[in-house]
Design a protein around this ligand. Structure first.
Ligand SMILES: [Zn+2]
Length: 47
């Protein structure tokens, strides 16, 4: 059993899955201005 933790105080990296644009922000940056696609969180470690 594991908990999924969201640290709302730490900056995380977000990446546009289309153009690969990187954004570092404390909160989700929303959508890419160029593509209109929702950024994905790159800070989530993969097991
Ligand atoms: Zn983009």
């Amino acid at each position: 059993m594991r908990d999924v933790q969201y640290d709302s105080t730490a900056e995380q990296d977000y990446e546009c899955p289309r153009c690969g644009d990187l954004v570092t922000a404390q909160s989700h940056p929303g959508t890419c201005a160029d593509c209109g696609i929702t950024f994905r969180n790159r800070g989530t470690p993969l097991e």
